[in-house]
Ligand binder design. Structure first.
Ligand code: NAP
Length: 349
């Protein structure tokens, strides 16, 4: 397949750096354009930011010039890691100008005509795009990926949707890397738990209903299940853990639920997309797994791990799920979205 040039909006930020790292050596996408604010524009990348990730700044981007975030000479496909305070207007301007904006920012996720995509769970939600382009008069488009804790929950629930999910209660233990850089002050988080992350519980509740909802022509009919989320920041570096209690209308047996986890595979695996993990959901047998330090990096951080499936005395079943928040919850999620879109022919039109 011919290599496609791609760019990053918000390239100097924390998520922008994760995009740069994840795209190194990508077989389909070649990173040639970096955008940020006018504070960074006109500088070479190495002078425009401080590199925070392990492994050092890749040579291939160190001397690229950072551009202003205005449509002009950017490639058609852009990954967005823009500050949410400015992402709405800038992403729209690029979509209007014909760019395909694959965004990690929260700004457009809940808009009726914007796909909130998890390629293994709801690839058909991409059917919203033609209506988005018609209604907004855009030649381009915006497609989003979920919040970093929502994606872990929905990958755990995706294999179980077939049983008719009616109620979900979930509690997160979220890593500090999810708060960006410099993130949470060390005096607040070392040896401590912070039982509040602004806006996170609402995002988990609403995004989960949309992701597990049904495409209905011009919108997504949200899953009718009630979702209650408790979100906590814990002193873990990478990997969000979520505990899940879930109720089903069809009352499956425990072995039905376990079988559903074990056999789960989806379109990205069938199509062999470059960033698709061989098994999107890995069930771990050990009673004390998954654990962030041991399991978050599985399959380059693209697989979700689940475990501890058991009966729930309040709802029907409970289990634990884990995913890498800056990979499957951010850069890797958006890159997989773009791979799915390319495999659908959406980047060639
Ligand atoms: P960040 O480190 O503050 O980076 C923000 C980026 O936006 C920088 O590249 C910055 O460029 C750019 N920017 C700021 N103002 C701009 C403007 N007026 N015009 C153009 N570019 C502008 O933020 P982050 O932690 O990477 O988060 C980025 C987005 O991803 C946010 O929407 C956040 O909610 C979301 N997110 C973050 C995480 C995470 O783990 N951190 C996880 C999931 C989602 P300059 O360097 O030039 O200022």
């Amino acid at each position: 397949m011919q290599t496609l040039e791609v760019g990053i909006l918000g390239a100097t930020g924390m998520v922008g750096q994760h995009f740069i790292k994840f795209l190194q050596g990508h077989p389909w996408f070649k990173l040639t354009w970096l955008g940020a604010s006018d504070r960074s524009a006109g500088k070479v990348y190495r002078d425009a930011m401080t590199w925070h990730l392990a492994g050092g700044l890749p040579d291939s981007v160190a001397d690229l010039m950072v551009e202003d975030s205005k449509p002009g000479n950017a490639p058609k496909l852009l990954f967005s890691a823009m500050d949410a305070a400015v992402a709405t207007d800038i992403e729209r301007a690029f979509a209007q100008a014909g760019h395909v904006v694959v965004s990690n920012s929260r700004n457009h996720r809940m808009e009726q005509d914007v796909p909130l995509l998890v390629p293994e769970i709801n690839p058909d939600h991409l059917k919203l795009v033609p209506g988005q382009q018609r209604a907004r008069g855009w030649k381009g488009q915006i497609v989003t990926n979920p919040n970093c804790s929502t994606i872990v929950l929905t990958m755990g629930l995706g294999p179980l949707k077939q049983f008719g999910i009616t109620r979900i209660v979930t509690t997160t233990m979220q890593a500090i890397s999810g708060a960006g850089y410099p993130g949470v002050p060390s005096m607040d988080i070392v040896g401590n738990v912070i039982p509040f992350i602004g806006g996170e519980e609402e995002k988990m509740q609403q995004e989960t209903q949309k992701i597990l909802g049904e495409f209905q022509g011009d919108h997504i009919e949200p899953l009718a299940a009630k979702v209650s989320a408790h979100c906590n920041r814990v002193p873990v570096v990478d990997g969000h853990t979520v505990t899940v209690s879930v109720e089903f209308s069809s009352k499956p047996t425990e072995s039905d639920v376990r079988h559903a986890f074990d056999v789960f595979t989806a379109l990205p695996q069938q199509r062999g997309l470059p960033s698709a993990p061989p098994r999107p959901v890995i069930y771990l047998e050990e009673a004390n797994r998954p654990q962030p330090r041991k399991d978050a990096d599985r399959d380059r951080g693209m697989a979700a791990c689940v475990g501890r499936l058991r009966a729930c005395p309040v709802l029907d079943y409970k289990f634990v799920a884990l995913g890498h928040n800056t990979v499957r919850g951010a850069a890797g999620a958006a890159v997989l979205n773009a791979e799915l879109m390319r495999s659908e022919g959406m980047l060639d039109r």
